[in-house]
Design a protein. Structure first.
Lengths: 111, 116
């Protein structure tokens, strides 16, 4: 049973560029959440998608946007990249309220 | 404003002994607490959780204690094993609903090293 799949695993982008990260949820899960984990810190909630709509959002600027598709997969888009956006981006899926399963993440480096 | 804090960035313990990890929170609306374990190059994996209506939950070698009045929880690992060496995150959630979702607020993590 495949868990949460994220792609790509690593990515290097230049300041000002745009990036799209992808997530396929665990089979049977319908909710996808995105988290940003900076080096040496805990994950920070970006937003959560359910029924193709953003249900809840953390304290992140509008440069961070997302989408959920009818098959429950999701994308995270970040525009006008800053050096400070360099982090591990984690996707988590769930069905029940607390049944989070995390993917291994996408390591984004902005240079 | 950090609502969930893990004040010990690292912990070293001998194999077979007890590991105690601590976590403090400030948001009184939190009603569900979780511990996650993270190995390098992997996502966090769920360990154990506790609802605010309980003060203790046990699962094998892992026990979580919750002190609501002190806004403090702890994770006990007994006995500690070398495979437990990882970063441990405390996380908290407010009362959830289908409409509101279930955002998790994480602490900064504690790196545990279990020495053989």
């Amino acid at each position: 049973d495949a868990g949460v799949t994220q792609s790509p695993t690593h990515l290097i982008k230049t300041r000002g560029q745009q990036v799209t990260l992808r997530c396929s949820p665990k089979s049977g899960h319908d909710t996808v959440s995105w988290y940003q984990q900076a080096l040496g810190q805990g994950p920070q909630f970006i937003f959560q998608y359910y029924e193709e709509e953003e249900r809840q959002r953390g304290n992140f600027p509008d440069r961070f946007s997302g989408h959920q598709f009818p098959n429950y997969s999701s994308e995270l888009n970040v525009n006008a990249l800053l050096l400070g956006d360099s982090a591990l981006y984690l996707c988590a899926s769930s069905l029940a309220a607390y049944g989070y399963t995390f993917g291994s993440g996408t390591r984004l480096t902005v240079v | 404003d950090q609502q969930v804090k893990q004040n010990s960035p690292s912990l070293s313990v001998q194999e077979g002994r007890i590991s105690i990890l601590n976590c403090d929170y400030t948001n009184s609306m939190f009603d569900y607490f979780l511990w996650y374990k993270k190995y390098p190059a992997e996502g966090p994996t769920f360990l154990i959780s506790i609802s605010s209506i309980k003060d203790k939950n046990e699962d094998g070698r892992f026990t979580v204690f919750l002190n609501k009045s002190a806004k403090h929880l702890s994770l006990h690992i007994v006995p500690s094993q070398p495979g437990d060496s990882a970063v441990y995150f405390c996380a908290a959630s407010e009362r959830i609903s289908k409409a509101a979702g279930n955002k998790l607020t994480f602490g900064g993590g504690t790196r545990v090293l279990v020495k053989p």
